[in-house]
Design a protein around this ligand. Structure first.
Ligand SMILES: CC(C)(COP(=O)(O)OP(=O)(O)OC[C@H]1O[C@@H](n2cnc3c(N)ncnc32)[C@H](O)[C@@H]1OP(=O)(O)O)[C@@H](O)C(=O)NCCC(=O)NCCS
Length: 421
């Protein structure tokens, strides 16, 4: 089929109402049905775009807006290194123009823009993982959702006081968040203006925090959800964000959740940590689901955030301070990339005690053949290399290297992203 090329350019403010109309059709759940609802959404977008990391773009055909996207200039923490990362969100295509490569043009613009700006990674939240995987975007970390009886949280004795946080605590929250972000692989850093806008736009913002030596060392942002039965006395507490820097802050915040037991039915908590069930007295959720022979369901699992390698060459320079464990090995990656052919081909990386550098003169110990989406998953630490080899996703020409190669990419946890965009 023949498709006309469509320019993607900065969305002028006067086109924002039309973009919001397109978004309203593309995301019916946003309930942008009446002029009043759409006008409120335009104002919300305008407020969010005061964050100078946000940029709106429209895709035009014959001067008509047919789709758009919002891009974000982020800083991403990977394996101890901090790097520029393009975030893409709110991708929407006008319904009559679907399946005419509007989304493809926008995605090519998105990736190309950040590559040009010397970012070697991009991130997005997918409406469908398979749509973006075809475009070379790899799965990020898994998240587990627990529904826990509050009485299962540990209670510390004597109780440690937590304090209520408000928008006035924005700077302390961002400091705490960013310190956590530098401890946890995969996190995107926050800025005070960005967080302040989000706090302003959160209806009934509820947060508690724990301080040590006068500094915020952990906090929970939470909301309540009514029970489906309509009984107004039965509520679940939904933990929207749980950030902690120390064991003391974790336990103090757990105690806060524990003492809600007389009024809260279940605490819903989402985590990348594999071991959370060891913290809880009874980690079972309320499903009653028994997995044969006798495994009790404790959580449900999802994939979400996805990552794209934009520049396989520059990536390794930007990862020069990253930790790939202590492995010493020279690897040729034979990368397959159909969406950004500039990445397609071989690249040789020398890992010296886990520190990567490029050197095409050194003979490789092993050649690894892989799709660029799987390279992203390995880089962010969401995939185990030996599993990818077993599944036929990755090929290696020297099986003796499989153990050091697997150890090279190993991380303590699944990578985590707490940034909505
Ligand atoms: C989902 C949505 C964005 C798709 O938009 P669209 O313009 O219809 O999609 P496109 O026509 O560009 O389809 C993607 C194309 O990229 C192509 N493509 C994907 N990977 C490719 C690759 N590696 N090389 C070449 N082409 C590739 C696909 O094959 C497809 O083309 P085809 O239909 O000719 O096969 C749009 O329907 C929408 O707005 N949905 C609602 C809102 C939403 O969910 N947005 C996403 C939020 S994350």
């Amino acid at each position: 089929m023949f498709f006309v090329s469509m320019p993607v350019k900065t969305l002028p403010d006067e086109h924002l109402p039309e973009f919001v109309r397109i978004v309203g059709d593309a995301y019916p759940a946003m309930d942008l049905n009446t002029p009043v609802e759409r006008e409120k959404a335009v104002e919300r977008f305008r407020a969010q775009n005061r964050d100078e990391r946000n940029h709106m773009f429209g895709c035009y055909r014959d001067d008509r807006l047919v789709g758009g996207v919002r891009l974000h200039d982020f800083q991403l923490h990977l394996r101890g290194a901090l790097m520029a990362c393009g975030g893409g969100g709110m991708l929407a295509v006008d319904l009559p123009y679907k399946k005419q490569h509007v989304a493809k043009e926008i995605m090519q613009f998105f990736f190309g823009r950040y590559r040009q700006q010397e970012a070697s990674m991009a991130a997005l939240w997918p409406f469908r993982p398979d749509f973006y995987r075809k475009m070379g975007v790899g799965y990020g970390g898994k998240i587990s959702e627990y529904h826990i009886a509050p009485s299962s949280f540990p209670l510390i004795d004597p109780p440690q006081p937590v304090k209520r946080l408000t928008i006035d605590d924005c700077e302390a929250v961002v400091d705490c968040f960013n310190e956590y972000a530098m401890m946890v692989n995969g996190m995107i850093l926050e800025t005070v203006p960005g967080r302040r806008i989000r706090m302003e736009q959160t209806q009934s913002l509820r947060m508690v925090g724990f301080e040590q030596d006068g500094k915020l060392r952990g906090y929970i942002q939470y909301a309540f959800r009514k029970d489906k039965t309509g009984n107004f006395l039965v509520n679940d507490l939904i933990v929207q964000e749980f950030v902690y820097l120390t064991r003391e802050s974790l336990l103090a915040l757990c105690s806060f959740l524990r003492v809600q037991a007389d009024q809260v039915n279940r605490v819903v908590i989402r985590t990348h940590e594999d071991d959370l069930h060891h913290l809880l007295f009874d980690p079972r959720n309320a499903s009653g689901h028994l997995i044969p022979p006798v495994y009790h369901e404790i959580h449900t699992t999802g994939i979400g955030i996805m990552y794209r390698v934009l520049d396989v060459n520059r990536l390794w320079a930007q990862l020069s301070e990253a930790k790939f464990n202590d492995e010493s090995l020279t690897v040729t990656f034979q990368v397959h990339d159909t969406f950004m052919p500039e990445n397609d081909g071989p690249i040789t990386v020398v890992f010296d005690h886990g520190k990567p550098s490029l050197d095409s003169q050194i003979a490789a110990d092993v050649t690894v053949g892989l799709d660029v989406c799987d390279l992203a998953s390995l880089i962010v630490g969401s995939a185990d290399l030996s599993s990818l080899v077993r599944y036929g996703r990755v090929t290696i020409d020297n099986s003796e290297c499989i153990r050091p190669l697997t150890r090279l990419f190993l991380t303590d946890h699944q990578p985590l992203c707490l940034t909505p965009f």
